[in-house]
Design a protein around this ligand. Structure first.
Ligand code: NCD
Length: 308
């Protein structure tokens, strides 16, 4: 099996490695039920977050705690770390690497985890870099698809919402491309359509995809509707564009009625108004289960990276 060190982009993963992570994640569900383990005792993880987060940071921290490790945390590194004094990212990483065995980093600029990995003697995990990638989210998304749909090959998926700025869908495309015969429908408002680099990658890897406008036409065909938030923070002063994009595609009861009985709705969360809370009680609403899966997948990753 290929060894993992830094986790910076989804392209690093292959099917074998993912099968291994998902099998370990499944074991981790048991470990959590039995109140955790001590396999990472005396190991320390630092979370360095320059952008807001709830699920990603807390699930990584919970994952480390559940495995008996320690956690150092900076939840608002942009303001409260030495970055505010003008320290370079590279210097911060060199220093934090002396205090921790693994660094989990989220940053507002795309490409920063690669820069961090280039100078870090300990593993760096990309927990989201601007509108670049979010590889651990994509891993937990694939794990969720496997758990909910029962397979990873031949998956039909509609990716909906902000496909231009959303980093989760970008990473998810790279992972889906590793499996047999995926069919991807991109359903996005005009101003936030999927970028060309991903479309070119999919073409190069012979992955079928189409860009569609009518979500009601796509919904009956897919196993997964993957909704995303319009990423307001990436619009700057383009308020009108944001307002145009927002509210265009909403998942509600009417849409659910068009979907297959054995399909699911996923969302990396947080949601704003793109999923009507009325559907939360439908068994096909998988987004909270998806968020919980983040814990198991991140436990599996930490165990693998820290060699326990
Ligand atoms: C996503 C992110 O930060 O990219 N959230 C997450 O990690 N679950 C999605 C989002 O913020 O819309």
């Amino acid at each position: 099996m290929s060894r993992l060190f830094h986790v910076v982009e989804a392209q690093q993963f292959n099917v074998e490695l993912m099968a291994n992570i998902f099998a370990t994640a499944r074991e981790m569900e048991q470990v959590v039920q039995h109140y955790g383990s001590n396999i990472l005792s005396r190991r320390v993880m630092a979370t360095l977050f320059y952008e807001p987060s709830t699920r990603t940071r807390l699930s990584f921290e919970s994952a480390m705690c559940r495995l008996g490790g320690g956690v150092l945390t900076t939840e608002n590194a942009r303001e409260f770390s030495s970055a505010a004094k003008g320290e370079t990212l590279e210097d911060t990483i060199r220093v934090v690497a002396g205090y921790a065995d693994v660094i989990v980093m989220r940053h507002y600029e795309s490409g920063t985890s690669k820069r961090a990995a280039a100078v870090s003697p300990v593993p760096v995990i990309n927990a989201g870099d601007g509108s670049g990638q979010h590889p651990t989210q994509a891993l937990l998304d694939m794990y969720t698809i496997q758990r909910e749909i029962g397979r990873l090959d031949d998956i039909g998926i509609a990716m909906v919402g902000d496909l231009a700025n959303g980093r989760t869908v970008r990473s998810l495309c790279y992972l889906l491309a590793k499996y047999r015969n995926p069919m991807i429908y991109f359903v996005a408002p005009q101003v936030v359509r999927m970028k060309d680099d991903i479309k070119e990658y999919l073409r190069r890897h012979h992955v079928s995809f189409v860009e569609a406008e009518d979500l009601y036409e796509v919904a009956p065909k897919v196993d997964v509707v993957y909704q995303t938030r319009i990423q307001k923070e990436r619009f700057g002063d383009r308020i009108t564009e944001y307002e145009q994009a927002r509210g265009q595609y909403i998942i509600n009861r009417a849409l659910l009625d068009c979907m297959k009985k054995e399909s699911v709705v996923m969302h990396p969360l947080p949601r704003v108004d793109e999923i009507d809370p009325d559907i939360d009680s439908d068994p096909r609403a998988a987004y909270f289960r998806q968020a919980h899966n983040g814990l198991y997948v991140r436990m599996a990753l930490l165990r693998m990276l820290l060699g326990a």
